[in-house]
Structure formats: C-alpha cells, structure tokens
Design a protein around this ligand. Structure first.
Ligand SMILES: Nc1ncnc2c1ncn2[C@@H]1O[C@H](COP(=O)(O)OP(=O)(O)O)[C@@H](O)[C@H]1O
Ligand SMILES: [Mg+2]
Length: 356
C-alpha cells in the first residue's frame, strides 16, 4: 500500500485531470497539474500547477522531480514529454501506450497483430487512387480519418460513393490519412478496465454508448447483454492491456454486430468519458481506480450496486445543471469551465436507474 502524502503529477488540466485530482485527494495524495494554460479545471483545484508548453523539457524535468508518479489525462501529450518525465520518476501508462494511440494506423495494426483483437479493414491512404482502390476492395461506404489528433468525430469523413473521393480528399488531404471499412454495428459499447502494476486486471461491465453529432451523448451501465458478448469483450480487453504491459485505466471502444460479432474501434490510454457513470454506481469509480493502479495500491471493486445513465452536458446544456440536480437520484458533475462554447463538454449528469 502506497503511503498517503505522495504527489501524483498529471499532464493535462481538463475535466479528466480534475476528476483524477478529486480522486487522488480522497485517497490522501497530493497533485501537481502540468498544462500549457492557466486557470484550467484541474489546475485550479490541484495542490500545484505548472503552466508551460509540453515541449519545454526544463519545465517537464522540474515537474517530474516533484512527483512520485506521473500520468496523463489525454493522449495528445507529446511522447517526448513522457520520455523526459520518465527519466526522473515513474510514468504510467508508459510511452508505448501513448505512442500506440497517437496514430490510428499504429493503433489498428497493434490491435490486430499484437493483441489479436478484431478490427475493421484498414489501410494508410496517400492518394485518391489508393482510396478508390480501398473502396473497391471493401465496398462503400468507407470512413476516411486523419491518422492523428482526431477526437469527438473531428478529422473524419464518411465516403459514400466513389464520386465522393475527390471531395473527401479536398477536406482532409494534406495530412497522413487512414481509410477504414464501415462497421455495420447494431450498438456501440465500451469496456473501461484497469491493470495494476503487478499485472492484475479489473474490468467494469459492458457500457452502452450513444453518440450525437459524433460526440458521446449517453452511457448506460451495466448494459443489457442480449447477445452474450460481455465475456468475449472482457477477454479482448485483457489481451489489449497485457500486450501493452499497461498500467492504469483504459477505455476500449467496441462495435457490436448483428449475430454477436465484435470489433474494437479504438482505445484510449486514460480514464474515459464512458466510465463517468462509475462515480455514482456504488463501486470504485474509474478515477480512483486509475490512481490506485498507478500508485501500486490494490484495485478496487468494479461491480456496481446501481445501474446508471450518464448524460454529457455539452455547451449551454450546463445551464440546466441546477434543474437536473433537483431530480431525485440525479447527480450533477460540473467541470467549472470558464467559458461555455458550443460543443464543449461542460459537465455530466449521472442518473441512477435501478438499485441492484
Ligand atoms: N469504421 C467505422 N465504421 C462505422 N462507424 C464508425 C467507424 N469509425 C468511426 N465510426 C463512428 O464514428 C464515431 C467516432 O469515431 P472514432 O474512431 O471513435 O473517433 P473519435 O476519436 O472521434 O472518437 C464512432 O464512435 C462511430 O460512431
Ligand atoms: Mg471514439
């Protein structure tokens, strides 16, 4: 058991960092947030913050020297920052998890070849011809994505017919691209799981996810497992975590096909929006679980006592927070972001559906 009083460093000061700080506090740990901007949701409530670009190696060194363990709350942290921090302290998840998830081509190749996970057909795309060829091979529609920096559906286009190839290239060309065959899913779900320093693994139950405008809208857990896919999804998740020798919480996004087939869509080497329901489910929440994993504590229980529906509050939906908080069995989590912007995740509400 790790001693209270140690300091946990987090790269990234957004809402996920904030909820990691809250969880770390609860366990008696100190926190230090590193973010390029002042006045971030996490930086504001941490014991310490460093405001600096991630590329400033001196700032990263100074930060790492104050921390007993360092983690990150989003995957677009430059690998050099994690490498530099790792020269001075423990960093979990390590740089391999970060590198793998930085680039959709590397990620999909890893999932297929190293983790034995089912994935859609995919190929790197350099020219319009190669996209047309890909479409011929896999059939329309296909999805064209930027290999890096995509999130919330940004940096991707569905290409419905060969006639749309040119327009898709006009929009996304100029950067490295990947094409994916279209997964005709009946449902999207995720598994949020943790792997500890000794390799022990705990998976939360199946979480059903509904997207709106390409952004996660609601998550319901435990999801109805009508096609009996839970065990299979957990087994795939184990393989992914082990193949990366991963430490911490990870979100694994899946497509469920008719007939019970599964496809892994993507992995996130961090706490995940689809795991926010755990905060009000009566089990260890994913933020505490992540802190437990990276500090070498025992992992906590992952069996929920209640089923919960999580709804993201996007943009000015946060203005309904007071009204929502009045509803019995609804718990509002407000990230205290300074400016309301359309599309910005401002908070979420967990509604308890049923006691188990
Ligand atoms: N190959 C695919 N087939 C079908 N739908 C897809 C495919 N790739 C992405 N999508 C849809 O787009 C959403 C966002 O894509 P994703 O790859 O998860 O990117 P992001 O990083 O933006 O979350 C998915 O949740 C899914 O609804
Ligand atoms: Mg996604």
């Amino acid at each position: 058991m790790t001693k209270p009083g140690i300091t946990i460093g987090v790269f990234g000061g957004g809402q996920l960092g904030r909820m990691l700080v809250q969880a770390a506090r609860k366990l008696g740990f100190k926190t230090h947030i590193f973010d390029p901007f002042d006045d971030t949701p996490a930086g504001r409530i941490a014991d310490k913050q460093t405001i600096s670009p991630y590329e400033d190696m001196q700032a990263v060194t100074n930060f790492a020297k104050t921390c007993d363990v360092v983690t990150y709350e989003f995957e677009n942290i430059p690998v050099i920052a994690v490498e530099q921090a790792a020269r001075f302290t423990a960093v979990y998840p390590d740089k391999f998890a970060l590198q793998t998830s930085h680039d959709r081509l590397i990620e999909k190749t890893f999932l297929r070849d190293k983790a034995g996970a089912p994935v859609v057909g995919f190929a790197p795309i350099e020219t319009m011809n190669s996209l047309s060829g890909f479409m011929k091979k896999y059939g329309a529609p296909v999805i064209l994505k930027t290999r890096r920096f995509g999130y919330d559906g940004k940096g991707q286009i569905k290409v419905d017919t060969p006639r749309d190839v040119k327009a898709a290239f006009a929009r996304l060309g100029g950067t490295d691209l990947i094409a994916e065959s279209f997964a005709p899913f009946v449902r999207e779900f995720s598994i949020v799981a943790a792997r500890g320093r000794e390799g022990e693994i705990s998976c939360y139950p199946l979480t059903e996810n509904v997207h709106k405008d390409h952004r996660l809208h609601t998550s319901i857990a435990p999801a109805d497992d009508r096609q009996n896919i839970g065990d299979k999804a957990h087994a795939i998740t184990h393989r992914i975590l082990n193949a990366l020798n991963y430490v911490g919480v990870m979100g694994v996004e899946f497509f469920e096909l008719e007939g019970g087939g599964l496809i892994v869509n993507e992995i996130a080497p961090r706490v995940h929006n689809s795991g926010h329901w755990t905060q009000d489910a009566g089990c260890t929440d994913q933020f505490e679980q992540h802190i437990r994993a990276i500090t070498g504590m025992e992992l906590g229980g992952v069996v929920p006592k209640r089923s919960v529906k999580m709804t993201n509050l996007i943009g000015d939906e946060i203005l309904q927070a007071d009204a929502l908080a009045k509803k019995p069995n609804s718990y509002v989590h407000n990230y205290d972001k300074r400016d309301i912007k359309p599309g910005r995740k401002m908070g979420h509400v967990n509604e308890v559906l049923e006691e188990k």
